[in-house]
Unconditional design. Structure first.
Length: 434
């Protein structure tokens, strides 16, 4: 039976030919237009890169290699006695482009376990950081320190040919994915549990071991981590973390430099840190409204006051989506099954009812519906992970699956350094005012 690397190598030749033929035959075709407004709006919606792993449709939501989240939950292999797909299967799907079977996923779990050892110096680096430093900063620094053992950097220094860049990048990618749960759980136990570290398990899946090292043995929490790692794994290539990693990687920076850069983008409150901001906002609202489950009218008033003060409602809206985020829906279904009467879940549900009409009434919001961040933190709180400034680290561990798949494919296809052009406001004024 072929291993994951051999299966990926089998895909390279046909994929290179397909891209080469596409560019040769249609390279001069125009695929879209760019408006002045887009230039001044964060390049919103500009079609400017190719990402094979997933595609975000404004009306359908995210599709991984063509499969929706409900389809993913139904088709990917699961752990024994689990009703959630294994993230290893998502990685296989994004990398190979085909649905894996149980043996494929089991091999990846074993492969990650075999690569999981973290050098002692990385832990020393973390131990020398202030505990009050945000966990995402510690996470990014730890990732950077791993690059001392980058296989790609070693191969590049030896003069490896361009067509073989993917090989050592594959090694770095798998090594990085394998080590991230160890680094993340170490930061968590160091910061919040008096450095009471937990040894890893053997012969279990990637998520179960991660949950165990964080300090959670509840089977529902293990399934929650499997769900979390799966649905957060990728969101096409244009989001800040994926695009940053792609940009840095296009300069032939190794996987560690690329991924650390992406995590610095994920740490922004308009991206991954939003899951932390949602929890802070919900808890603050609950406190100011007297605790418990506030009435809808009081929530509406609080939401309006938040907007009137010039602030946003965290967890609502999306740069691309024009409907409720399917990732939100997947988490809501989990909550309906396991904690339908939980007070914070009921609060999230009530906010879901109240906020969209208020946002729609402003006339300024194209998507008033909740996104993935509106729900994820509440589930983690329910199972005892109350340190919400750590939530984005979980997001980062998950996002490694997509970003590393993208990086391997970029190297396999020989994608060039990214270098868009820029202009000035004066030049544009002269162009359009004449």
């Amino acid at each position: 039976m072929k291993n994951l690397k051999q299966k990926f190598e089998d895909k390279i030749h046909d994929s290179r030919s397909r891209v080469s033929n596409l560019v040769h035959d249609y390279g001069d075709k125009i695929i879209g237009e760019i408006s002045l407004r887009q230039i001044f709006s964060g390049m919103r919606g500009m079609l400017s890169m190719v990402t094979e792993t997933s595609k975000l449709d404004p009306n359908e939501g995210i599709r991984f290699r063509g499969y929706s989240i409900p389809e993913i939950q139904d088709l990917l292999p699961r752990a024994n006695n689990s009703n959630q797909p294994l993230p290893e299967g998502m990685f296989y799907l994004m990398l190979i482009g085909e649905l894996p079977n149980e043996k494929d996923v089991a091999l990846i779990s074993k492969e990650l376990e075999a690569r999981s050892s973290v050098p002692d110096y990385v832990y020393s680096v973390i131990n020398n950081l202030p505990k009050e430093m945000h966990p995402m900063t510690q996470f990014s620094i730890a990732i950077l320190s791993l690059r001392n053992n980058s296989e790609f950097s070693k191969a590049y220094q030896k003069g490896i040919g361009k067509k073989d860049y993917w090989d050592s990048t594959f090694e770095d990618a798998l090594n990085l994915i394998a080590k991230l749960p160890y680094i993340a759980s170490y930061i968590y136990r160091r910061n919040y549990h008096n450095e009471d570290y937990i040894k890893p398990l053997k012969n279990v899946d990637w998520s179960e071991n991660f949950a165990h090292m964080l300090g959670f043995s509840n089977s529902e929490f293990k399934d929650l981590i499997r769900l979390y790692m799966t649905i957060h794994s990728d969101h096409e290539g244009g989001n800040v973390s994926a695009h940053t990693s792609h940009l840095v990687g296009s300069a032939l920076s190794d996987a560690y430099l690329s991924f650390s850069a992406g995590m610095n983008g994920l740490a922004g409150p308009l991206h991954g840190l939003a899951n932390q901001e949602v929890v802070k906002w919900l808890l603050q609202m609950q406190k100011e409204l007297g605790g418990g489950l506030p009435e809808r009218e009081k929530i509406a008033e609080y939401v309006q006051n938040t907007l009137d003060s010039g602030k946003v409602i965290p967890g609502f809206g999306h740069a691309v989506l024009r409907k409720t985020d399917p990732r939100y829906t997947a988490q809501r279904e989990f909550a309906l099954k396991y904690l339908p009467d939980d007070e914070l879940f009921l609060l999230v549900s009530r906010v879901f009812e109240v906020v969209p009409p208020i946002l729609e009434a402003t006339g300024k919001v194209k998507n008033p519906w909740p996104n993935v961040d509106a729900h994820s933190g509440i589930l983690l709180l329910k199972y005892g992970m109350r340190e919400y400034d750590f939530f984005t680290v979980l997001f980062g561990v998950s996002r490694s699956l997509g970003i590393m798949s993208q990086l391997i494919w970029s190297r396999a296809l020989g994608m060039p350094i990214e270098r868009p052009g820029s202009t000035t406001t004066d030049i544009l004024l002269k162009k359009f005012s004449n």
